[in-house]
Design a protein around this ligand. Structure first.
Ligand SMILES: Cc1cc2nc3c(=O)[nH]c(=O)nc-3n(C[C@H](O)[C@H](O)[C@H](O)COP(=O)(O)OP(=O)(O)OC[C@H]3O[C@@H](n4cnc5c(N)ncnc54)[C@H](O)[C@@H]3O)c2cc1C
Length: 407
């Protein structure tokens, strides 16, 4: 008989998804270790950088259920309306939360703020072990346990044993590779430029999605009368926009977006992300399971990547909360089956939107105009789009329903 493993669960990666899982599991009588390659408050931390994230209603409930929303609420800008338009086209669609008896469709939060709240949650949970900076560099699958090799910057890497190793180490997931799980990558041939801007007119709860000939442009409300933009462009355009002067960038943004928010006055630091669709071919292998971008890195056009990853967290935590071996193959198979439907639907919807709005193919252009006008006229279609965007479709885990993790 092997010794009882030192940990029930080791989480590789303490980015937005891994840290959320760590905080969720802290509520259970389990020995949990989270291993994060960067100091969480480091300016170069890749998960908690200058981006902002649109958090859906189901994600808000999950963050509330794991005790983190109270730390975020003051810094969250509600999305009370969504305005979708196409540059040079007639159609525009407006979705209002109030029409669906909702206060908001979701909230926009700066990634740094999310990171701070999650890591405060990790620190507040006394029983949770957190090693950062430390990197998972190897693994060995055994009968009733998995050995995880961790580089802590010391002379010799440490080996810890666990019942389950969770790969929450992002789209490039080294742990996914170590576990022998294949993945597919499809390069969109596009990059996203992100920045926070100050417009003359307060966005006041309206999010704009604008489709321009050079690519989709999202302008989302932030606190303090600011807005955050995600602008999808060709890699060459993106490099030029990220590197040019503030004044030049603001002029280009103004030309693409128009004057719905008046003049854009100020822009913060810009960053650029090459975009691809990454999908793992399996959700688990032996005692390794994937969550977040390690399982699915998607296009940010619909702002669904973190929301999808948080639903992975809520489902995995719920299954683990039932008790028993957290690395048991039946549990991991149930997780895979449950998550596959949501992933497939979210990837399909996001991918469809990318194809539809980046195409110059005339019938598609005509179709999307009709689509925008049609959506504006059809309450049922609007409601369906709103519900899906809020992460409230399909089979939901308890946390996303606003219930505690365990019955
Ligand atoms: C421009 C842009 C805008 C976006 N906007 C939205 C949005 O509005 N809404 C939304 O829902 N999603 C959005 N997303 C998607 C969202 O940012 C990601 O889905 C989310 O960050 C994924 O988090 P993650 O923790 O899975 O991975 P990551 O953020 O990549 O974190 C992985 C972590 O693992 C660590 N790590 C890596 N290797 C190791 C190792 N071997 N050992 C230990 N640690 C390791 C890294 O340091 C990192 O902290 C956007 C993405 C982009 C690019």
């Amino acid at each position: 008989m092997p010794d009882d493993p030192a940990f029930d669960v080791v989480i590789a990666g303490g980015g937005m998804v891994g840290a959320s899982l760590a905080v969720a599991l802290a509520a259970l009588p389990l020995r949990v270790l989270v291993v994060e390659a960067r100091p969480p408050t480091d300016a170069a931390q890749p998960s908690y950088d200058d981006r902002a994230t649109a958090v859906s209603e189901s994600s808000r409930r999950i963050l509330e259920g794991i005790g983190c929303w109270a730390r975020l609420a003051d810094r969250a800008a509600p999305i009370r309306a969504v305005h979708v338009s196409e540059r040079g086209a007639f159609g525009a669609t407006r979705l209002r939360a109030a029409d669906h008896d909702l206060e908001s469709f979701g909230y926009v939060l700066e990634n740094r703020v999310i990171g701070q709240a999650l890591w405060e949650g990790i620190e507040a949970a006394g029983d949770l072990a957190a090693w950062a900076p430390a990197t998972v560099v190897g693994l060995e699958q055994g009968e009733g346990q998995i050995d995880v090799l961790i580089d802590r910057g010391d002379a010799a890497p440490a080996t810890v044993s666990a019942k389950l190793l969770v790969a929450a180490d992002g789209a490039g997931s080294p742990v996914r590779t170590m576990a022998g799980i294949a993945h597919q990558v499809r390069d969109y041939g596009q990059s996203a430029v992100i920045a926070n801007v100050t417009p003359a007119v307060d966005p006041a709860g309206t999010a704009f999605e604008r489709f321009t000939p050079s690519g989709p442009l999202a302008v989302l409300p932030l606190t303090e009368r600011r807005a955050t933009i995600v602008w999808t462009l060709s890699p060459e355009h993106a490099a030029a926009q990220a590197e040019q002067s503030d004044a030049g960038f603001l002029a280009a943004l103004q030309a693409a977006f128009g004057y719905r928010l008046g003049v854009f006055r100020k822009v913060g630091r810009r960053a650029r992300y090459p975009l691809s669709l990454v999908q793992s071919q399996a959700w688990h292998a032996g005692r390794v399971v994937l969550v977040g971008n390690a399982a699915h890195g998607i296009h940010p056009v619909a702002g669904q990547g973190f929301n999808l990853g948080l639903r992975d967290v809520a489902v995995l935590a719920e299954l683990v909360a039932r008790g028993g071996d957290p690395g048991a193959s039946e549990l991991l198979e149930e997780y895979a089956e449950w998550r596959e439907e949501d992933r497939a639907r979210t990837v399909r919807d996001t991918d469809g939107l990318v194809q539809l709005f980046t195409s110059d193919f005339a019938p598609l252009r005509a179709g999307r105009r009709l689509g925008l006008v049609g959506l504006d006229l059809l309450p049922a279609a609007r409601a369906a789009v709103a519900r899906r965007g809020m992460g409230l479709g399909g089979r939901l885990p308890r946390l996303a329903l606003g219930r505690p993790l365990a019955p």
